[in-house]
Design a protein around this ligand. Structure first.
Ligand SMILES: [Fe+2]
Ligand SMILES: [Fe+2]
Length: 152
C-alpha cells in the first residue's frame, strides 16, 4: 500500500467537496445558510487534515526525505489564518455578511486550497519509498491514523 494512501484519499475527498461547493455557489436556488454550512464542514475537515500532515511531513523530513517544510508550513499557516477568518464570519455574521464572505474570500480560499493540494501531491510523487527507513514508514502510517505529536 502507498505509505501516504490515507492522505491521498483525504485529498480526493477535499477536492470532491470543493468541486461540489463550486457548483453550489453557481446554483441560483442555493440558500446562503446551506452554502455556509457546507463550507464550514469542508474547512473543519481541512484543518484536521493539515494538522495531521504537519506531523507527517516533520517525520518524513527527520527521516531524510526531502520535503519543502518551510513552504508547506507557511502555506498551512496562511490557509489556517484565512480559514479562521471565514469560519468566524460564517458563524457570527448575518445573511449579508455571509453572502459577502462567500463571494469574496471563499473563492480565493478554494483556489489556494486546490493549488496547495496540487503542490503536495507533486512532492509526494517524487518520493522514492524504497530508500525510506522502515521505522519512518511505520511512523507515518501510524500518524495517519493517530495524529499525535507523541509519536514523533
Ligand atoms: Fe497541506
Ligand atoms: Fe494535504
Amino acid at each position: 500500500m502507498d505509505p501516504l494512501g490515507i492522505l491521498k484519499l483525504e485529498h480526493k475527498s477535499i477536492q470532491k467537496l470543493l468541486s461540489e461547493l463550486d457548483e453550489m455557489t453557481y446554483s441560483l436556488s442555493v440558500n446562503v445558510r446551506d452554502l455556509s454550512f457546507s463550507f464550514k464542514e469542508i474547512l473543519r475537515l481541512l484543518e484536521e487534515h493539515e494538522e495531521k500532515e504537519a506531523l507527517m511531513f516533520e517525520a518524513l523530513a527527520e527521516g531524510s526525505v526531502e520535503m519543502p517544510l518551510e513552504k508547506f508550513n507557511f502555506e498551512h499557516g496562511d490557509l489556517k489564518e484565512k480559514i479562521d477568518l471565514v469560519l468566524k464570519a460564517l458563524d457570527d455574521g448575518d445573511e449579508e455578511v455571509i453572502k459577502n464572505v462567500l463571494h469574496s474570500t471563499c473563492g480565493e480560499l478554494v483556489d489556494r486550497i486546490k493549488a496547495h493540494v496540487f503542490a503536495e501531491e507533486s512532492v509526494f510523487n517524487t518520493i522514492d519509498w524504497e530508500r525510506v527507513d522502515k521505522s519512518v514508514l511505520e511512523k507515518i502510517e501510524l500518524l495517519q491514523i493517530i495524529p499525535s505529536r507523541k509519536l514523533l
